[in-house]
Ligand binder design. Structure first.
Ligand SMILES: CC(C)(COP(=O)(O)OP(=O)(O)OC[C@H]1O[C@@H](n2cnc3c(N)ncnc32)[C@H](O)[C@@H]1OP(=O)(O)O)[C@@H](O)C(=O)NCCC(=O)NCCS
Length: 198
């Protein structure tokens, strides 16, 4: 007699874009966890982010998510560690200016043990590829504390150029600090892609 194996539903990871260490997928309501809230209230994680200035509550996260979930000018993705399936951070392209074909990029690798291992760089590369190849953007911009070495290096390695220095634009630890404005053009991105070994 033939034995019928029970059909087990496959749990969908929702993987949208994959790299070697992480994949990106749509940010979901169930990602609004205490873990995510913990990142936003962790002074080390938010040291170079404006999000850490005011304490965050679950309600803040929910209203942020409700706004973003229906927005067609913001793309929010969860960064997932491929090995463990753990949600380790988030990244955003937005607001997207569809007429000018530009967008502002933001990233947070919230789980401390995943920082400084090349994850931020890979996740940024995946989002940049998505921005140019799928969304057909012409430029991606970002602002970063000038002294944020990991951030600045991560972006420079991917081809972002410093386009301006906004002197004393940010206040932190009792002093004003400079913000770098960085940008990557589609033409520069394409040149880099052409130079890559196949
Ligand atoms: C900024 C951030 C995205 C960088 O990602 P990451 O995974 O930690 O960094 P990576 O391991 O990919 O390294 C990127 C570059 O920064 C360097 N770097 C990493 N950590 C560093 C540190 N603490 N100090 C100096 N340089 C550092 C790396 O050596 C690498 O440069 P290299 O390729 O020349 O060696 C991540 O640390 C993060 O999300 N931090 C918290 C939130 C935040 O600051 N967001 C960005 C606001 S602009």
């Amino acid at each position: 007699m033939l034995s019928v194996l029970p059909v087990r539903p496959r749990l969908s990871s929702g993987e949208f874009i994959a790299g070697s260490q992480v994949y990106l997928r749509a940010f979901r309501a169930e990602d609004l966890t205490e873990r995510y809230l913990g990142w936003l209230n962790d002074p080390e994680a938010t040291r170079y982010m404006e999000s850490g200035i005011f304490p965050s509550t679950m309600r803040d996260l929910e209203s942020f998510y409700q706004r973003i979930a229906v927005s067609r000018s913001d793309v929010l993705m969860a960064v997932i560690d491929k090995g463990s399936g753990e949600h380790i951070g988030n990244m955003k392209l937005g607001p997207i200016q569809w007429v000018h074909r530009s967008a502002i990029f933001g990233i947070m690798i919230g789980e401390k043990r995943f920082r400084g291992r090349g994850v931020g760089r890979e996740a940024t590369r995946l989002m940049v590829e998505y921005g140019f190849d799928r969304l057909n953007l012409n430029r991606i911009d970002l602002g970063v504390f000038a002294e944020h070495e990991a951030g600045v290096r991560c972006y420079q390695k991917l081809g972002f150029k410093v386009e301006g220095r906004l002197r004393q634009d940010l206040f932190q630890d009792g002093e004003y600090k400079d913000r770098l404005w960085m940008g990557l053009l589609r033409s520069e991105y394409e040149r880099r892609q052409m130079g890559k070994p196949k």
